[in-house]
Ligand binder design. Structure first.
Ligand code: NAP
Length: 282
């Protein structure tokens, strides 16, 4: 698979990045193009994809191209078309299954549509991405898949159940993929970011009772950056990690060593006593 003798180089490789137009996906794309990969950014908001592509071309290594494709990961035809578009760009061997979002709320008030929305994007969307990418990777002699999970995969976050369940399921999807497709030289791993300022986390970052609690649970005492996550993703996609598969690696300042975040102040502000079902507390 290697196109140069430097195991860190991604020159000559083509990567599909879902949700690559913003936040962590864009941070991953910056690392990949700097390492020489051609990237295909896939998401629904095409204006944002175009802006991201313009930015990435300024930091891309020689030979690395930046392409965009409109894609909704909850729609199988859309994902299949995005994979076909990625294969047209060259030797499609790399995947970053990053598209996702979360919503907060107590279990007893969670609407079925909200549950299905989070699971449909974070888990089913990643499944569809992997399903439609692996035939190309296999035909190209193998490849590497990285899914963006979360500290919420292994650690409970009260009042964020659909999100936590989606990420726990995503991690099993990655282990299944690694086990089943290692025989085709396809590796699959997940990264577990802690709190990183992005559009998705703006409300939490700007609410001191919650962000201060997050930071108090991190031995390294700071929130992350998209570069912190992007560098790990680049490593897992490169031949530097050629004997690593089926793992879920934390990139969270050590937060996973302690307890999940306390977002109860948010829920108390929004719902008061209704955040718990009526009944006696123990
Ligand atoms: P973000 O900037 O909002 O990025 C989410 C991306 O997913 C957007 O580019 C969005 O693009 C895309 N997306 C959402 N639904 C989609 C769909 N149905 N089809 C295609 N693309 C879709 O937030 P982020 O924080 O970077 O999140 C990226 C990933 O990191 C998520 O999986 C998230 O769970 C995970 N994560 C984030 C943190 C954190 O603290 N920020 C921590 C742990 C894990 P469009 O809206 O244009 O489609």
């Amino acid at each position: 698979m290697s196109s140069t003798s430097d195991p860190r180089s991604l020159a000559g490789r083509v990567a599909l990045i879902t949700g690559g137009g913003s936040g962590i996906g864009l941070g991953c794309a910056r690392e990949l193009v700097a390492a020489g990969a051609t990237v295909v950014l896939a998401a629904r908001n095409t204006d944002r994809l175009v802006s991201a592509a313009d930015e990435l071309r300024k930091v891309a290594a020689p030979g690395a191209e930046v392409l965009t494709v409109a894609c909704d990961v909850t729609n199988e035809d859309s994902v299949s078309a995005a994979c076909a578009r990625t294969a047209e760009a060259g030797t499609f061997t790399l995947v970053v299954a990053n598209a996702g979002f979360g919503s907060g709320g107590p279990i007893h008030l969670t609407q079925l549509d909200d549950w299905n929305g989070v699971i449909g994007t974070n888990l089913t969307g990643a499944f569809l991405t992997i399903k439609h990418a692996v035939p190309y990777l296999s035909a190209n002699g193998g490849g590497s898949i990285v899914a963006v999970s979360s500290i919420a995969g292994p650690v409970t976050h009260r009042f964020m159940t659909p999100y936590d369940v989606s990420k726990a399921g995503l991690e099993m999807l990655i282990r299944q993929t690694a086990d089943e497709l290692g025989c085709r030289n396809i590796r699959a791993n997940a990264v577990r970011p802690g709190l990183v300022p992005t559009d998705a986390t703006e409300a939490m970052i700007n609410y001191p009772p919650v962000v201060d609690d997050y930071i108090s649970q991190m031995p390294l005492g700071r929130v992350g950056t998209t570069e912190d996550v992007g560098r790990l993703v680049r490593f897992l996609l490169s031949d530097e990690s050629s004997w690593i598969t089926g793992t879920c690696i934390s990139v969270d300042g050590g937060h996973h060593l302690r307890r999940g975040p306390n977002i109860e102040p948010f829920m108390e502000m929004a719902l008061g006593d209704a955040r718990y079902p009526a009944g006696p507390a123990n």
